[in-house]
Design a protein around this ligand. Structure first.
Ligand code: FAD
Length: 378
């Protein structure tokens, strides 16, 4: 994608500058190794105005998904952690509050989000409801003044940093599985909330957690959207998430490709640089080709999103292709770098570990195919 709009180019340049200065490869490697959340850098992102980007103008944003895609592409080329954290906070939860929240919630939460003074996580998945997300069992009894929440959410990214966890709960157990779900903001510090990080293969700088709720009291005014209609309200939010995840895959895929090019043009074997062997150079060409194709699909979905058009199919196509592409690129990148690809000294091992999860979260590759198939009338 090339931008012919000066404002977009200037914004992208500013993102590139900030990321170059604050998320250098050594720091990113250290955050991962020490399982350290990059608090100062995230706060700096808010100060750059990025935590308002996709919010409505009233809250300091421009509601623009092409700029979002471009920004996430750049951020993820250096740090997937920073990009994922932004996506959950601003695109998903901020987006849900902006689109569905009552006026008091918008005016209380969104200015604080824009300034980086409130943090969110998003909790849909449970132990027994992953792909089959609407089978969720976390229960919220509906009282006159408050909800009482019991249950356990799994794989909740950034729950340790969150002030509020936007949680999908079952509010009407008698309704059909899609009809009795609501979305509520649960304060992480509320009595009865326990957050436990889960050891994982990658993405260590922002931990993914189990979140347990025992008799947690949540005021009714923290509901986002309407009672019992949460499932339908979630669908556009998940489509926006898929575009964001695709953007991260192509940004990170480009970084992996660049690393392979840099390494293989320098490394000599049999008296020649590695790229002189066609088996190596063809592999790198395919890496670049896949990344460019992912870029086209992702910006196509982002354009539809930006125009306010239905883009469920395009978002899933982009996420499916970009995540498969990033995984294959990381595999190929590791192979062409030999032992150094496998070594912790180079970033390729991190791409290898982090690419895999993009085929799982935000709806697995198989689920994306199911969505696309349905859109095709299959
Ligand atoms: C690092 C990480 C971060 C995450 N962050 C969050 C978060 O912040 N919030 C949140 O709510 N969730 C989060 N998740 C959860 C994620 O969304 C789920 O893991 C994902 O939806 C898949 O569910 P599952 O793991 O239970 O797999 P399952 O649903 O058990 O699927 C297992 C396998 O079966 C396949 N399968 C299942 N059903 C079908 C079908 N109908 N057709 C074809 N194949 C099928 C799947 O594709 C997969 O290959 C995160 C997960 C990870 C690993």
């Amino acid at each position: 994608m090339t931008f012919d709009d000066d404002d977009r180019l200037a914004f992208r340049d500013s993102v590139e500058r900030y990321i170059r200065d604050h998320a250098d490869p050594e720091s990113v490697m250290e955050w991962d190794e020490r399982k350290e959340f990059p608090e100062t850098v995230v706060q700096g992102m808010a100060e750059q105005g990025w935590f308002a980007l996709t919010l409505p103008e009233t809250y300091g944003g421009i509601g623009d998904y092409l700029d979002m895609t471009s920004m996430l592409e750049v951020i993820a080329s250096a740090s997937i952690t920073l990009a994922r954290f932004w996506n959950i906070n601003v695109n998903m939860v901020g987006g849900a509050i902006a689109a569905l929240g009552a006026d008091h919630l918008k005016s209380e939460m969104l200015p604080k989000l824009a300034e980086g003074k409130v943090r969110f996580a998003f909790a849909l998945s449970e132990n027994n409801s992953g792909s089959d997300a609407s089978a969720l069992k976390t229960r919220a009894e509906v009282g006159d003044e408050e909800f009482t929440v019991n249950g356990t959410k799994m794989w909740i990214t950034g729950a340790q940093q969150a002030d509020y966890i936007l949680t999908a709960v079952r509010t009407d157990p008698k309704a059909t599985r899609h009809d009795g779900i609501s979305l509520i903001l649960i304060p992480r510090e509320a009595e009865g909330v326990t957050v436990t990080p889960i050891p994982l293969l990658g993405g260590h700088a922002v931990r993914t957690c189990e979140v347990n709720f025992i008799d947690v009291k949540v005021p009714r005014n923290l509901m986002v959207g309407d009672l019992h209609t949460g499932w339908k309200q979630l669908m556009p939010i998940l489509a926006k998430e898929r575009v964001a995840l695709a953007a991260m895959c192509m940004g990170a895929g480009q970084a992996a490709t660049n690393l392979a090019i840099e390494y293989c043009t320098q490394r000599q074997q049999f008296g020649r640089r590695l790229t002189a062997f066609q088996a190596v150079s063809h592999r790198i060409v395919e890496m670049q080709n896949r990344t460019d194709a992912a870029r086209l699909l992702t910006y196509h979905a982002a354009e539809k999103l930006n125009a306010g058009q239905q883009c469920s199919r395009e978002a899933s196509q982009a996420k499916l292709f970009a995540s498969d592409s990033y995984m294959q690129t990381a595999l190929d990148g590791l192979q062409v770098m030999g032992a150094n690809g496998y070594s912790m000294e180079y970033a390729m091992q991190r791409h290898f570990r982090e690419a895999k999860v993009f085929q799982i979260f935000g709806g697995t590759s198989e689920i994306q195919k199911n969505i696309i198939g349905k859109e095709l009338g299959l």
